[in-house]
Design a protein around this ligand. Sequence first.
Ligand SMILES: Nc1ncnc2c1ncn2[C@@H]1O[C@H](COP(=O)(O)OP(=O)(O)OP(=O)(O)O)[C@@H](O)[C@H]1O
Length: 308
Amino acid sequence: MTYILQTSQLTKSYNGKEVASGVDMHVKQGEIYGFLGPNGAGKTTIMKMITNLIKPTSGDIEIFGSKLTDTSVEVLKRMGTIIEYPIFYERLTARENLSLHCEYMGYYDDKAIEQALELVKLHNIDNKKVKEFSLGMKQRLGIARAISTKPELLVLDEPINGLDPVGIKDLRELFKLLCREYGVTLIVSSHILAEMEQMADTIGIIQHGKLVKEVTMKSINGEQTEYIEVMILDVKKAVYVLEEKLKVRNYKVFDERTIRIYDVDLTQAELSKAFVMHDIGIESINKKHSSLEEYFLNTMNEKEIHIS
Ligand SMILES: Nc1ncnc2c1ncn2[C@@H]1O[C@H](COP(=O)(O)OP(=O)(O)OP(=O)(O)O)[C@@H](O)[C@H]1O
């Protein structure tokens, strides 16, 4: 597998404290890679290293097949970025801002600027200075700027922050369009699980500066999407019935009262009947769907995750 971007043991310390630790991430060409983690987990720090804004304390970054160094200018020209909040020349118009950016990046194409503004749906802004823009409009303009040089890789730090639901939906569709139609690879960070779930192909979960999991949405949505969750009073006895009587192998004991059964052939009725016959008190029994949220909570310390 070749990756458009990969990092190896990427680490950043401030005052002797690691805020990013031994990160090994792998981004495939043409995918949306969702960087998911609570506030302060280290997403921005990692994105700053990837975009050469700060220097890693240790570890390597490889982009487009070359190692990123202090002088990697050409690589940066092939990338579009928003890190933290986009900053503009407030007294200039959107178009003037984009023109300046394109000149600075050594890529100038009037049509690309028009297309970028069109793609982010910024209309009727010809005579407006950026200082008159709403937060949502500035977010859109930030994306327009990032795509105005036709980058192969977009690195966007919390791009949906400050947007209303329509704005969020527009951006989600835009990201998918860029990815599917234009072959752009996107790395997008967010602390909003539901958003990542709808958008990303691969999710990198970051916690306390560590990449604790890197997993494809396909595998999360894979075979084990449906399960029966049963809450019972005697888990040991229930496991005995599952294994010995019902011959179920695909199950997981969650805690002292909860079991999840992933065996698709077993019905809730059969399960209840078997437990009742063996005198196992059932508190509840429900069919559920696994989601990224489930996955997230199952793989991490649930108390530390903030779900919006
Ligand atoms: N220049 C710096 N000096 C010292 N500590 C820093 C610096 N930059 C970031 N940190 C610390 O690194 C940790 C990770 O911050 P970072 O901004 O990367 O997290 P994040 O996941 O992007 O969170 P958020 O979504 O809130 O921006 C935080 O504890 C932050 O205080």
